[in-house]
Design a protein around this ligand. Structure first.
Ligand code: FE2
Length: 326
């Protein structure tokens, strides 16, 4: 006899229904490889709709061997909405202000700093690199696109975890407790990059502080997710410090359970797209252990103000919204 299905059969069938792309799931809960599409050519609205569906079904999608240049990367991103500048604080490429190039040296320096800190009751500085992109602004980006430019033969993998599954896995009493809470997210020392330099576009470089619901309603699918950013959530509003920290620790444990995760091994020209409204990610996780060049380029599609189950909308406490490049 077959093992019982973890999901209703109609949802399983639906998650495999695509007309314009091939979708090969990597795990039952998160991650799928997409093939049958060459992103050097413009993506048709029908194919873009299929890709967006795959993103909502599988939360993070992986394309292999996409020989695209910077303009083609941006054109692909724009099929899913207007692009933001590269980052609210860091600069983009000179000729492509939407593109943020990251090299492994930055990660390695950060890891060495945070791994040598003494124990304290202060919030852990980065929970080993797990984060949601740019939640220190009130309107974090909707999707993130990361293209492998220089990829080492081993090492440098990226981890993703499904925040919707993590919410579903909680007992109803804990769900009810966190449904009505809000948390403060602020720029970490890492986001600020040490000393701030003026931006070419003259925009303020922070500090950024935002108030977000602790549970977010996904704006496109209506699902609930744990909207905890281990990298930048400083505390939960209205709780005592020890209560806030204990609850954040519990939720961090829950969102990073291995059964909600997928681990992506890069190859040159791999392209990863994740739904930044549904996943947290960490990577590369082993930069202290290897010394090979690695560079990736990121673009982000603009997002809206997150909303909680009680209708609470995120708002900025300090700093501007994440703007859109015209
Ligand atoms: Fe990130």
């Amino acid at each position: 006899m077959n093992a019982p299905l973890a999901l209703p059969i109609d949802r399983l069938r639906d998650r495999f229904a695509y007309d314009y792309i091939h979708v090969t799931p990597v795990t039952p809960t998160i991650g799928a490889e997409i093939s049958g599409i060459d992103l050097r050519s413009p993506v048709s609205p029908e194919a873009a709709a299929d890709i967006r569906k795959a993103l909502h079904d599988w939360r993070v999608i992986f394309f292999r061997d996409q020989q695209i240049d910077n303009d083609q990367l941006k054109a692909f991103g724009r099929a899913f909405g207007p692009l933001t500048p590269a980052h609210p604080i860091a600069e983009g490429l000179e000729d492509h202000p939407e593109i943020w190039e990251r090299s492994v040296e930055e990660y390695r320096a950060r890891r060495q700093r945070t791994d040598t800190l003494p124990p304290s009751r202060e919030p852990p500085p980065d929970y080993k690199g797990w984060h949601i992109d740019i939640t220190f602004v009130a309107n974090p980006n909707r999707y993130s696109f990361l293209h492998g430019v220089e990829i080492p033969p081993y090492g440098g993998d990226t981890l993703f975890t499904n925040l919707i599954e993590a919410y579903r896995g909680l007992s109803p009493a804990i769900q009810q407790l966190i449904d009505g809470l809000q948390a403060v997210h602020r720029t970490s020392a890492y986001d600020s990059g040490g000393e701030r330099k003026p931006r070419r576009d003259g925009r303020a470089t922070g500090p950024f502080v935002s108030l977000h619901p602790l549970v977010r309603i996904h704006p496109e699918t209506g699902e609930k997710l744990i909207f905890l950013n281990p990298g930048t959530t400083s505390h939960i509003v209205g709780l005592k410090e020890r209560e806030s920290q204990a609850l954040l620790d519990l939720l961090f444990y829950e969102i990073t359970r291995p059964e909600y995760q997928v681990r992506f091994h890069w190859q040159p020209k791999s392209l990863v797209v994740w739904d930044n409204q549904a996943v947290a990610h960490a990577g590369p996780i082993d930069y202290a252990q290897f010394d090979l060049p690695r560079a990736v380029r990121r673009i982000t599609v603009a997002g809206e103000l997150p909303q909680g189950p009680d209708g609470f909308r995120s708002r900025a406490l300090e700093g501007d919204l994440f703007n859109v490049l015209g």
